[in-house]
Ligand binder design. Structure first.
Ligand SMILES: [Fe+2]
Ligand SMILES: [Fe+2]
Length: 302
């Protein structure tokens, strides 16, 4: 790209999109890249340290607002504000408060690896959606409930991001369950249950080779229950990660209240009663109480 170049609003060299964000590469030269990144409300993103000591990444908020944590303080950046990173040693995590459009400048090439990451994610999402529309919508709701519970527990930064990804992909392993079993009305036989009980481990394996690998333990444990009655390992109490306990409650509530082709979901108050009955034996008490609070406050349930 030599000489003068003017681009129109929709011009870009390359663009990659997933449901919650778009990244367009507008210009590149000698390793420097200029991009526009749009990210939807409530989504999380992060800027990571680089192995390359020369990388400087600069972000200017063209629109929207984001929140980040600075020494336990929450700070907000609005339209017209900016930030940049150079030789950081820890990732910085952001939450989008209002859909944000960032002008993103990097003095080293980053677009390709960001694009690969986004494609990897889209590929997994498409696989799940193709297999089972229910599982896909269910996972979206479980992600929202889990995020809200985690925020009330002051889980943030990398831990929150991993939890949100794990919640979104907790059932990816179900793509290996035959449709007849997945959609079977009524009780499953013992052999059929073997397939069902494998999905947390299959899911964990599927994401192991991707950038989501840090979520694998959470995915593996989302059907474990406090008293050891869960699967695949029958873990008890503190052996189960808090993140998995959060997803377990969100997942069970959504599974109970959703309609499947072969059965009607139960109403919210019955599902809440069920969760309360199993507090302390199957589900973490604090997590159940928080979900009930969220359902009342944000979903007008009860
Ligand atoms: Fe599951
Ligand atoms: Fe699930």
């Amino acid at each position: 790209m030599e000489g003068f170049y003017a681009g129109k609003r929709m011009d870009y060299i390359d663009k990659t999109s997933k449901k919650s964000s778009d990244l367009s590469l507008l210009a590149q030269c000698n390793g420097t890249e200029i991009m526009i990144n749009t990210i939807k409300q409530d989504k999380l993103f992060h800027v990571d340290p680089s192995d390359n000591n020369c990388v400087m990444e600069f972000f200017y908020l063209l629109d929207g607002s984001v929140e980040y944590e600075d020494n336990e303080d929450r700070k907000v950046l609005n339209k017209g504000d900016y930030f940049y990173v150079f030789k950081i040693t820890q990732s910085v995590f952001f939450k989008v408060l209002d859909e944000v459009t960032l002008l993103y400048v990097s003095n080293q090439p980053v677009y390709k690896s960001l694009k690969d990451e986004m494609c990897e994610l889209t590929e997994i999402v498409n696989k799940v959606e193709k297999k089972d529309k229910f599982t896909f919508n269910h996972s979206e709701r479980v992600r929202e409930y889990s995020r809200k519970i985690a925020e009330k527990l002051c889980i943030n930064g990398e831990r929150l991001e991993n939890l949100v990804y794990a919640a979104a992909f907790h059932d990816v392993g179900k793509i290996y369950i035959p449709d007849e079993i997945l959609n079977k009305p009524g009780r499953l036989t013992e052999e059929e249950m073997v397939y069902i009980k494998r999905h947390p481990i299959d899911g964990s394996r599927m994401i192991h080779e991707t950038f989501l690998k840090y979520t694998n333990k959470i995915i593996e444990q989302h059907h474990e229950r406090l008293n050891g009655s869960g699967y695949p390992y029958g873990l008890k109490g503190d052996e189960i990660m808090l993140e998995a306990k959060i997803i377990a409650v969100a997942d069970s509530y959504d599974a109970m209240t959703s309609n499947r082709p072969y059965r009607q979901g139960i109403n919210s108050s019955l599902a809440i009663k069920e969760l309360i009955n199993m507090k302390g034996t199957h589900y973490d008490e604090v997590v159940v109480d928080l979900l009930i609070k969220i359902l009342k406050e944000d979903y007008n349930v009860l």
